[in-house]
Ligand binder design. Structure first.
Ligand SMILES: Nc1ncnc2c1ncn2[C@@H]1O[C@H](COP(=O)(O)OP(=O)(O)OP(=O)(O)O)[C@@H](O)[C@H]1O
Ligand SMILES: [Mg+2]
Length: 235
């Protein structure tokens, strides 16, 4: 469904992504694992068309993606939930959610149906739908950004470090939602430093170090790997 071939990305003169090949098949949940600064967000942004790449190619559903065009990427169903709970602070919870559907015709037509579904998954958001979103706690904001992404009715959902700074309870809510979405057949690319958590729901993972993919394997193989156990799981 998603294919990255030989992607290189630079910020100014500094190259941060080197020769990345990555594939996600339809219905798969794949983890992109790596520590701070390894390049996870940069790769997601290139897939979303937010930043350009210097060479290589990206295709989605068999069609080449136009480089650096986030509108086209979003219209085609690629949706990125950004890291760090980026909400629209002076809009209400519901307005934030509606923004997720605003630029996809199909999603906009079904917005009220989808809102009802989001409030079922995350009742906290339903209870506070008319409150200004900057009144939400950090964990509630994370629910909101995931909900906003789902409002776009994504074909590929990319979630950037959802576990960052969350209490175990919110982490459970986020991960059980992702598991439910995966089981419903949604294609997910999950960027995480929390290797243990990510590999519980992903079937495969890529390990990114200093902008290069150093390993690609099934989740159970990654969990057994001495390198992963030492470098990411502290064993
Ligand atoms: N806008 C930018 N301009 C210059 N350098 C950048 C920019 N954004 C990221 N970088 C650099 O690119 C590298 C990869 O950053 P990126 O944010 O993709 O990593 P990450 O794996 O998402 O890290 P984290 O887990 O901390 O979010 C880092 O060295 C970072 O400093
Ligand atoms: Mg990041």
């Amino acid at each position: 469904m998603l294919n990255l071939k030989n992607i290189n990305i630079s910020y100014g003169v500094i190259q941060v992504i080197h020769d990345v090949d990555l594939n996600v098949r339809e219905g798969e949940c794949v983890a992109l694992l790596g520590s701070n600064g390894s390049g996870k967000t940069t790769i997601l942004k290139a897939i979303s068309g937010i930043i350009p790449y210097t060479s290589g190619s990206i295709s989605f559903q068999g069609r080449p993606c136009v480089m650096n065009n986030s509108t086209l990427s979003y219209e085609s169903g690629i949706v990125q939930v950004p890291e760090g709970c980026k909400i629209l602070p002076y809009m209400t919870v519901q307005e934030n959610l509606l923004m997720g559907a605003a630029c996809r015709d199909e999603a906009w037509k079904k917005r009220f149906e989808t809102l009802t579904w989001i409030y079922q998954i995350f009742p906290k958001l339903g209870e506070r739908c008319n409150q200004q979103s900057n009144l939400l706690s950090g964990g509630e904001r994370q629910l909101l950004v995931v909900g906003r992404g789902l409002m776009a009715l994504p074909k590929l959902l990319m979630i950037d470090e959802p576990s960052l700074g969350l209490s175990p309870r919110v982490l459970m809510a986020i991960y059980s939602t992702m598991k439910m979405l995966r089981d419903k057949g949604l294609t997910i690319l999950l960027s995480e430093q929390n290797v243990n958590q990510a590999l519980k729901i992903a079937s495969r993972g890529y390990v990114l170090e200093n902008g290069r993919i150093v390993m690609e394997a099934l989740s159970e193989e990654l969990l057994k790997s001495p390198h992963i156990r030492k470098a990411y799981l502290g064993m």
